[in-house]
Ligand binder design. Structure first.
Ligand code: SAM
Length: 288
């Protein structure tokens, strides 16, 4: 089997099909087998793992995933690529390529088809929709065990940011509420064809057990509101959202959060304590 994730094999495949990378689909093909293998080994839990891959491109990561996993289902949006993948992955008989925008996939239904397997997601993500893709997965309520994905370094820094750092925002809090996040490997920009203008990072998200007593829609809306204007105190942001500054003061006080703090200095536990004070309030989420 010829490894796809090398500069020479990638060029060979691109030339054979007269292909060029489409910028609007975020196409940067990985040409460093060591990194691709690391992503694949981290993504797959056991030989009972079914991998959903987003954006196989010409198959660099798909090929390695197929060596470790039971099955790989790869969703690709670019209609030029199924033909290329049929050629580049001809030896990988556990791969199913689906020509479909991942944003349109019904994840819950898909995952239900594999009740006896661990379903995971792996990708070298198209950078233009990294956050919408991850939030689609986070909000799908599908039984996915882990997500291992490469993204632009700056975006990864926000997902994994700790309290009291400049990158810490609502996204970090919500992500850390839902998952354990860890960095698998940093990836320099020179291992892609074409070379992007940014460095990358591979993150892994392991889902935590759900706390069914939390209304996630309300909790996420509250967290986003507290970060709405970064320069404002939490009292101002939270008070505006509640539409009652006196109540906001009381609830912050009950939760042990100082009125003069900013949201970026509040930990996930602080936000959860604050949530417990508002969970039975009649708050309309429509405007937020
Ligand atoms: N996995 C390949 C690799 O590592 O070399 C390609 C990665 S490239 C950064 C992103 C891939 O995602 C491209 O093949 C692109 O066409 C595909 N893509 C972009 N938007 C997509 C979407 N909404 N649904 C499915 N695939 C998408």
């Amino acid at each position: 089997m010829k490894v796809i994730a090398t500069p020479s094999r990638t060029k060979e495949i691109l030339d054979k099909f007269d292909l060029y990378a489409k910028k609007n689909y975020g196409q940067n093909f990985l040409v460093e087998p060591g990194i691709v293998s690391k992503i694949a080994r981290n993504a797959v839990i056991s030989d009972h793992t079914v991998v959903i891959e987003i954006g196989p491109g010409i198959g660099a990561l798909t090929q390695m995933l197929s060596q470790f996993a039971k099955k790989v289902i790869a969703y690709e949006i670019d209609e030029r690529l199924p033909e290329v993948l049929a050629y580049s992955l001809e030896d990988c008989d556990n791969v199913e390529v689906v020509l479909q925008d991942f944003m349109q996939v019904d994840l819950q239904n898909l995952v239900k088809q594999y009740p006896n397997d661990d379903v995971v997601i792996a990708a070298n993500l198209p950078y233009y929709i990294t956050t919408p893709i991850l939030f689609k997965i986070f909000e799908s309520e599908a039984d996915i065990k882990r997500i291992t994905v490469m993204m632009q370094k700056e975006v990864a820094d926000r997902f994994a940011a700790n309290v009291n750092t400049k990158d810490y925002n609502a996204l970090s809090v919500i992500t850390q509420y839902l998952t354990h996040v860890k960095q698998v490997v940093k990836v320099p920009r020179n291992v892609f064809n074409p070379k992007p203008n940014v460095d990358s990072s591979v993150l892994q998200f392991e889902f935590k057990k759900k706390d069914l007593s939390v209304n996630e829609k309300l909790f996420f809306a509250m967290v986003k509101a507290c970060f709405k204007q970064r320069r404002k105190t939490i009292l101002n942001n939270f008070g505006e959202w509640l539409k009652d500054k006196e109540k906001a003061k009381e609830y912050l006080n009950d939760a042990g959060i100082s009125e003069s703090q900013r949201a970026e200095s509040c930990s996930l536990d602080d936000f959860l304590r604050l949530y417990r004070r508002i969970e039975h309030e009649d708050i309309c989420l429509c405007e937020n």
